[in-house]
Design a binder for this molecule. Structure first.
Ligand SMILES: Nc1ncnc2c1ncn2[C@@H]1O[C@H](COP(=O)(O)OP(=O)(O)O)[C@@H](O)[C@H]1O
Ligand SMILES: [Mg+2]
Length: 255
């Protein structure tokens, strides 16, 4: 199992949208995907229409629960979910005095590794212990960059955190890449942010950009990834293209 942390400390970057829809697009290609929601806001969990989950991931992080007890199937074939719950709001505090708190998720995920090709971890908009724990558990980090605003400032801080995690917790942590999200090609600004991203990170920036698409914003209310909600939409197209590009970066393209 390859574990990908979807991280960017800025809220509204497209983390949850990317975690959910990339998971669904990879599942369409036959991959068995585990989405792990470590955001107390539980947006990925509610996107899949999953409710009344008990403590979910909180049990695994704070109370010695196992991933297999916490996980639920989703209505999307090939995608299982370790849900977040309101309990997670207390997790940063509960973990603050816990020895090795940042490596708990990594240890918990290990026994689940046989059942999945990959895990996508959706993280909160902070660089606290939940996000650092996701980076410590990950093989690679995927960074959504919102093209609406000048989101590039936050990127340097995130990359410093990735470097610190590599140095202290997880030396094999790689950068899968940056993906521009919410790109509105009708505005100069949207295009400029993508160009700037490509200039600064020519190797790492995905060729695929995720366009601003209303279907992506609507889909959570219907409890479906965009590939199911409107499979012909620009949003579905873009996340399928991203899935293909991710697989080709891993050298497993046409498989
Ligand atoms: N490509 C897109 N097109 C339209 N709306 C989007 C797109 N990506 C994200 N959004 C919307 O932007 C908001 C923030 O996205 P989200 O994925 O929740 O960000 P994060 O998880 O980083 O906070 C949500 O309301 C979401 O519906
Ligand atoms: Mg989110």
């Amino acid at each position: 199992m390859r574990t990908i942390a979807v991280a960017m400390q800025k809220g509204g970057s497209g983390k949850t949208t990317t975690a959910v829809n990339l998971a669904a697009a990879l599942a369409e290609r036959g991959r068995r995907v585990l989405v792990v929601d470590v955001d107390p806001q539980a947006n990925a969990t509610s996107w899949f229409g999953v409710r009344d989950v008990g403590k979910g991931i909180f049990d695994c992080l704070c109370e010695n629960g196992s991933i297999s007890d916490a996980l639920v199937r989703t209505a999307t074939a090939g995608v299982d979910l370790v849900p977040a719950s309101a309990w997670l709001v207390g997790a940063e505090k509960a973990l603050a005095h816990e020895v090795g708190a940042e490596t708990i998720l990594r240890r918990r995920l290990k026994p689940a590794a046989d059942g999945y090709d990959l895990a996508l971890v959706d993280t909160p908009p902070t660089l606290g212990v939940l996000t650092v724990g996701a980076l410590a558990a990950a093989d690679q980090v995927l960074v959504p960059v919102e093209a609406h605003v000048l989101a590039l400032n936050g990127l340097a801080q995130l990359l410093r955190t990735v470097e610190a995690v590599r140095d202290r917790l997880n030396e094999s942590l790689g950068l899968l890449g940056m993906v521009a999200c919410r790109v509105d090609a009708r505005t100069r600004h949207g295009i400029e942010v993508v160009e700037e991203l490509r200039k600064r990170f020519p190797e790492q920036t995905f060729r695929t950009v995720i366009r601003e698409n209303i279907r992506l914003a609507e889909a959570p209310s219907f409890g479906q990834p965009v590939t199911a909600y409107d499979g012909k939409s620009a949003g579905a197209e873009d996340y399928r293209a991203l899935a293909a590009e991710v697989l080709s970066r891993w050298g497993v393209g046409g498989q």
